[in-house]
Design a protein around this ligand. Structure first.
Ligand code: TPP
Ligand code: MG
Length: 329
C-alpha cells in the first residue's frame, strides 16, 4: 500500500515533533525539571509515530512506554503540553499532576500507562471484544516492547483475540533489549513474531527505523482489523540508542554497551533516514524541512512555558481519594 504525499508529510512532521519532545524531556530530566523518571526514546520513535498517525479518534491506543508514549500520543492528536504539565506535577496536567508517567487521555481513547510491563494485553482484549459486540468499526492498537511478550497474559491475549476474531493489532517495538537483558537471552527464536504462528495470526516484520515502511504495514493491519478480518502481529525491528531509563547504567548483560556497538546504530537514526527519503522522493524541500523543525521547536517551547507557568498540584487527601477507585472502601 503506497503512501500518499500527504501521508508522508504527516509522518515526517510527527517524527520530527516526537524527536524534539524526546530531546526536551531528556534535557529537563538532567536539569531536575521533571518528576518521576524518563525512558529515552532516541533511535526508537518511528514505530510509535507509524502506529498512531492514521488511527481514528475513537480507535483505542495502548502506547509503548519508550519515550513515555509521546511518539504515539502526539501522532494520535494529543496536545503534549498537558503531558509535560503532568510530568512536572502541575494542576493543568492531563491527570492533574497526580500521575507523572502513568497518564490517561480518555477523550482520545488512550487509557493508562502502567508500571507493569505487559499490563496492556488484558484490557486490549476487552476493548476489542466491546468494539466487536457493539458492531463498531473500531481498531485497537496495542503497542509494547519485546520484553512484554514474556508475560503469560500476552499469550492468553493473542489466543482470545484470534479465537474471537478481534480487531487488535499486536504492535511489537522490538529493540532487542529489556533493560539490561538481550533478546537472545530471553527468547528462543530470532523473531518475536514467530509467536503469532501458534495462534494462526498473520505476522509482518518491518524495519522499525523506517517510519514510512512501518506506516505502510500499520495501514494494512488497521484495514484488516476494520474490515473484520481479525488481529495482526507486527514486529518493528528497532534500536535503543541510550540507557533503558535515565539514571540506570547502559549495560548489556554485565558489560557496558560500547561505542563500536552504538555508533553504527546512529547511521540508522529514524529522522535522518526519513529526511533522506523525503528529499530523494521530492516530497519536501530543505526549506520545508527546516520550517517543520522550527514549528516543532515552537511547539516544544510553548509546552514548556505552559507547564512552567502552571500551578503546582497541591491536592487535599479528600481530593486524592476521590480519584481512587475503591468500591468496597
Ligand atoms: C511485570 C514487570 N516486570 C518487570 C518490570 C521491570 N521492567 C521495566 S521496563 C522493563 C523492560 C521492558 O522491555 P521492553 O518491553 O522490551 O521495552 P523497552 O524498554 O526495551 O523499550 C522491565 C523488565 C516491570 N515494570 N513490570
Ligand atoms: Mg525492548
Amino acid at each position: 500500500m503506497a503512501l500518499s504525499k500527504k501521508q508522508m508529510i504527516t509522518l515526517f512532521t510527527n517524527l520530527v515533533r516526537a524527536d524534539r519532545f524526546d530531546k526536551m524531556f531528556y534535557a529537563r530530566m538532567l536539569q531536575g525539571k521533571l518528576i518521576g523518571f524518563y525512558h529515552p526514546g532516541e533511535g526508537a520513535i518511528a514505530p510509535g509515530v507509524a502506529a498512531a498517525s492514521f488511527l481514528n479518534d475513537d480507535d483505542n491506543l495502548s502506547p509503548h512506554h519508550r519515550a513515555h508514549g509521546m511518539a504515539h500520543n502526539l501522532s494520535k492528536g494529543i496536545d503534549l503540553k498537558y503531558y509535560l504539565a503532568e510530568h512536572t506535577g502541575k494542576e493543568t496536567g492531563c491527570c492533574k499532576g497526580r500521575s507523572a508517567f502513568h497518564f490517561s487521555f480518555p477523550e482520545k481513547k488512550v487509557y493508562m500507562m502502567s508500571g507493569f510491563i505487559g499490563y496492556n494485553f488484558a484490557p486490549v482484549v476487552g476493548w476489542g471484544f466491546a468494539a466487536k459486540r457493539r458492531g463498531q468499526k473500531q481498531v485497537v492498537m496495542n503497542c509494547s516492547g519485546d520484553g512484554s511478550y514474556g508475560q503469560g497474559r500476552a499469550h492468553e491475549s493473542m489466543l482470545f483475540a484470534k479465537t474471537m476474531n478481534l480487531p487488535i493489532i499486536y504492535w511489537c517495538e522490538n529493540n532487542g533489549m529489556a533493560i539490561h537483558s538481550s533478546i537472545e537471552d530471553m527468547h528462543p527464536t530470532k523473531d518475536i513474531s514467530s509467536l503469532a504462528k501458534g495462534f494462526d495470526m498473520p505476522a509482518i516484520i518491518v524495519d522499525g527505523q523506517d517510519v514510512f515502511a512501518c506506516a505502510e504495514v500499520a495501514l494494512k493491519a488497521i484495514k484488516r482489523a476494520r474490515d473484520g478480518k481479525g488481529p495482526t502481529f507486527v514486529e518493528c525491528k528497532t534500536l535503543r540508542f541510550k540507557e533503558h531509563d535515565m539514571g540506570t547504567k547502559d549495560l548489556k548483560g554485565y558489560r557496558a554497551r560500547k561505542a563500536e556497538e552504538l555508533d553504527p546504530m546512529r547511521e540508522r537514526e529514524p529522522v535522518l533516514l526519513a529526511t533522506k527519503r523525503v528529499l530523494k522522493d521530492g516530497i519536501l524541500t530543505q526549506t520545508q524541512i527546516d520550517a517543520i523543525g522550527a514549528k516543532a521547536d515552537e511547539e516544544v517551547a510553548a509546552a514548556e512555558k505552559f507547564a512552567d507557568e502552571s500551578e503546582i498540584a497541591t491536592p487535599t487527601v479528600e481530593e486524592l481519594m476521590a480519584a481512587v477507585y475503591a468500591p468496597n472502601a
